[in-house]
Write a protein that binds this ligand. Sequence first.
Ligand code: ZN
Length: 425
Amino acid sequence: MLATLKNMIDGAIGVLNAVRRRRIVCILTLASLSASSMPLVAAATDSPPSLIANAARIIGDDARTRIVLDFNQEPEFEVHYLDSPARIVVDFPAVGFSFPTKDLAPTGLFSDIRFGSMGEGSARLVLTAKKPVQVAIAETKSEEDGKLFRFVLDTEIATKQKFADLLKNQTWQALAPATTASVTPDIMPKSSRQSDFMIAVDAGHGGIDAGAKGGVTGTDEKVITLTFAKQLTERLNKIPGIKAFLTRDDDVFLALSERVTLARQQNANLFISVHADTLKQKDIRGATVYTISDRASDRMAQNLAERENLSDQIAGVAVPNAQPEVADILLDFTRRETQAFSVTLAENIVKSFEGQVGLINNPHRYAGFQVLRAHDVPSVLLELGFLSNPEDEKLLLDDNWRAKVADTLAVAVTKYRAQALANGG
Ligand code: ZN
């Protein structure tokens, strides 16, 4: 099937290139216009924040719930609402959260609570509610002669109508992923490729979205993904002609579409997103390579994609309900071509892992991962192993094991690149 697809694409490619050239001229002006409105992604933060939240607690029931945070300085804050599901979002300047996560375990009105960095100079608390809610009191008070500033958030159950009014009447514009403002930057042809083969290495999760947690050591997935992503980037950059770069190089949150945009902005030839999630079945272990597909290969793949796609929601990013469908035959061709390349890459990775790095059964799977949806960048999502399995957790924390995985990936990428070059890609 792959062969037929490739033949078809090869036949169409001549026509495509001609059309592409014309299109580039048409959109160039648009591109230069929209470039200035593309938000900059936060650069690496330098010094730790001076505002520290030392302690936190939550009490309440299904009607009223109080959240208290103790700060070392008076914090500025803004309270907002988000819908589908109902959420309360509190934005702060950069905060060092130094209390245990379990002190804000979801209770009372809330089914999920997250807090963490949202990039340079800002932090966020996101409370996902079980039902419509409203904030009754949000204030800070100085305690202990100004040695402590107590932030108190009193929330209570609200009617659907009241919650809808609160949503409608707020002036706040929810932080939206970079590419939702307009669909154009996302489908624009990438500018001319450099001679280097560019690889975007995407460390899954980050900042407020910590991802999964190791069952034994409690290590956050976001830490493991970043550590490995750095290791892999360094390894890939040793290969002549390859230039690997990171979508994030520290503990910041990136919306899924921002990751895609960053890869496309740098004219990536490949996109590799790195993860280490948990499963309910604790005995399952080994690596999995995912490619994008409207239909999931199996239930496990579907569940995993659904959970990964929740990242934006966890961070309180407003996600548009549906991406406008772009009816464009050119895009369709590119998308199919890209998908075939993604599959080739996934197969290469599986092959190079065999006998070297543990794999699960049927290690190449597919599902509707948002982060893999660049139509013109072959993309895979790599689950290195599962944090729900103690043996896998041990390996994920082992520097030598990670180096070996980086080595085998380097082999797979080199082989893929040779194939791509032979095909004129
Ligand atoms: Zn993940």
